[in-house]
Design a protein around this ligand. Sequence first.
Ligand code: URA
Length: 280
Amino acid sequence: MGSDKIEVLDSIASEIRVCRRCSLWEKRKNAVPGEGSIDAQIMFIGEAPGANEDIQGRPFVGAAGKLLDKLINDVLRLERGEVYITNVVKCRPPGNRDPTSIEIQTCASYLERQIRVISPRIIVALGRHSTKYLFEASNMHYSGLSRVRGKTFNLNFMGLQVKVIPTYHPAAALYNPRLKDYLEKDFLNVKIAVRRENTSGFKQMRINQFFNGGRGNPLKSNAEKRKIYRRLKGIRSRIKAATRKAERFYLEGGDVSVKEREIKKLTKLKRKMREKFRNL
Ligand code: URA
């Protein structure tokens, strides 16, 4: 499957490199198909290549790319090679102008195919062009970036269920400290969404083990097990809510003692939960 994925992505990239579907090919040095892990859980979609990207044929390698890399490393605790990075439009619009809607429409089928092959759990839409494209392609009304940024949208992107988190474009944040703060906050939400995706898989595994007799006291009825499990679930969601609160608080530079109290409370709850689980 992995080698199939590589082959399909390589063939999309080869088509992009020789593409002449719109006039952007005339002034490009290199088309920029995208790069990253074929199994990426997170895909970042920017607008279109800039001057540096056009020279190197790689996405986000200029100043905006440095900021993107930093956010991926510092907030998500991931390496650039663990995610997939691409753009809605694959060739540089001259003078870094905005891509036109015709250019976006003409180029979109490449992105659509890339999304299908990689099949990410989460797409981070960087800026209004990629957000608008993803929303409209998923039959969702796009109401402006400031309204949707930082939120998680469960979209049906042409039959593929995916979580989309829109945020500001890193290039916009380079010159506007307020946008940079928002961008960091939004990345924290991406981190939370990733964690949720991962816990839900893990949680499902535990539930299956539990109800299929792999874990727990076989003498207890399923109804009883379910009752106890529901109680555990309640505690877990309280832990999640408290963690989110603590993370937000930390980011906003609040008093650390409040965070410490939160963590203490969390640890106590966790212990209680584990004990209950062990006694089942
Ligand atoms: N801006 C983008 O939208 N994409 C890039 O690859 C670089 C800058």
